[in-house]
Design a protein around this ligand. Structure first.
Ligand code: DHB
Ligand code: FE
Length: 282
C-alpha cells in the first residue's frame, strides 16, 4: 500500500513569487521568511515523496464567484498556471497523478463527500508557490500532484469540522491506495490576514501561535470554531487555515501520530502573518 509520510503547510503570498524571481531570499525583509525552508527541503530530499496532495484555495483563476464548488478535486494529467495579474512569472505546469486522483475521488464519493471532479484545472499561486519554496532551484518540483480546492473565499464556507473530516477521508484513502508510492499532504494559505475592508492589515499573533501549537499537539482544536469565528480571529483571508486543517486531518487519519520536522512564524510578509510547518508521520 502507499505510504503517507508526512504533512506540510505554508503561507502562499503572491509576492513570494517575485522575491524568488529576483533572488531576494537574503534581503533583510525576506530572510526571516525564507530561512524557515532549508531544514524542510533537506528533509524532503531525504524522504523523497513521489506525490503531493495539495489542499489549497483558488483565488479566481480557475473558479470565479459565479460557480464556487465547496470541494473540488483535480483529475488532470497536468496542471497549468496562468497570469493572475500579480506581476509575477507564471510557473511551469506540474504533472498530475491521475491514478491517485481517481482513487481519492472514488473514496470521497463513497464516504459521502459530494465533490466536484475537474479533468481540466488551472492552478494559482496558492498551489504553485509552495513547490518553489519547498523544492528551491527546481524548474519543476520532482513530484506529481493531486490538487484539492477548498472554498475559503465565498460564504458559505465548509465548516472547520467538515474540512477536518475531508482531510481524514483523504488520509484514509491514501493509506488504502494500492501503490508503492510515498505521499505527502500539503495545506497552503494563512495565517492571519485580511486584505480588504475596515480591518485591512489585521493580524492576530496570539491566535496564530495557538493554532500552530494545536497543529502539533491538539489537531482538532480549531474545529470548535464556526467560520465566522475564524474570520473574527484570523481575518477574511486568514480562514485559509482551513487548508492546514485538512492537511492535519489527513496525517492523523487512522490515529497516526506525528513528529514535528520544522516550523516557522514570521510577521509580516505583505499583509500576512506567515506560518510554516512540516510534520512527519511517526
Ligand atoms: C496576500 C495573501 C494571500 O493569501 C493571497 O492569496 C494574496 C495576497 C498578501 O498578503 O499580499
Ligand atoms: Fe490566499
Amino acid at each position: 500500500m502507499a505510504q503517507l509520510i508526512g504533512g506540510l503547510a505554508t503561507s502562499h503570498i503572491p509576492a513570494i513569487g517575485g522575491a524568488i524571481h529576483k533572488g531576494k531570499q537574503q534581503d533583510p525583509y525576506w530572510k526571516p521568511f525564507f530561512d524557515g525552508f532549508p531544514p524542510i527541503s533537506h528533509w524532503l530530499a531525504q524522504v523523497k515523496p513521489d506525490t503531493v496532495v495539495v489542499f489549497y484555495n483558488d483565488h479566481g483563476l480557475n473558479f470565479f464567484l459565479d460557480k464556487m464548488p465547496t470541494f473540488a478535486v483535480g483529475a488532470a494529467p497536468e496542471y497549468r498556471n496562468a497570469d493572475e495579474g500579480w506581476g509575477i512569472p507564471t510557473t511551469a505546469p506540474l504533472p498530475g497523478n491521475l491514478d491517485l486522483s481517481w482513487h481519492l475521488i472514488n473514496h470521497l464519493i463513497e464516504r459521502e463527500f459530494d465533490i466536484v471532479t475537474c479533468q481540466e484545472m488551472l492552478i494559482d499561486h496558492a498551489c504553485t508557490l509552495p513547490f518553489k519554496l519547498f523544492w528551491p532551484g527546481h524548474e519543476v518540483a520532482p513530484v506529481k500532484i493531486v490538487p484539492i480546492n477548498i472554498n475559503t473565499v465565498q460564504f458559505p464556507l465548509p465548516t472547520a469540522r467538515r474540512v477536518y473530516k475531508l482531510g481524514q477521508a483523504v488520509g484514509e484513502a491514501i493509506r488504502a491506495w494500492d501503490s508503492s508510492e510515498r505521499v505527502v499532504v500539503l495545506g497552503t494559505g494563512g495565517l492571519s490576514h485580511q486584505l480588504e475592508g475596515e480591518r485591512a492589515g489585521f493580524i492576530n499573533k496570539r491566535f496564530d501561535l495557538q493554532f500552530l501549537d494545536s497543529m502539533e499537539s491538539n489537531p482538532e482544536w480549531a474545529t470548535q470554531f464556526s467560520d465566522l469565528e475564524l474570520v473574527e480571529k484570523a481575518g477574511t483571508q486568514g480562514v485559509e487555515l482551513l487548508n492546514w486543517l485538512a492537511m492535519r486531518g489527513a496525517v492523523s487519519a487512522g490515529g497516526a501520530s506525528v513528529k514535528k520536522v520544522h516550523g516557522n512564524y514570521h510577521i509580516p510578509i505583505s499583509n500576512t502573518a506567515t506560518g510554516l510547518l512540516a510534520l512527519e508521520v511517526a
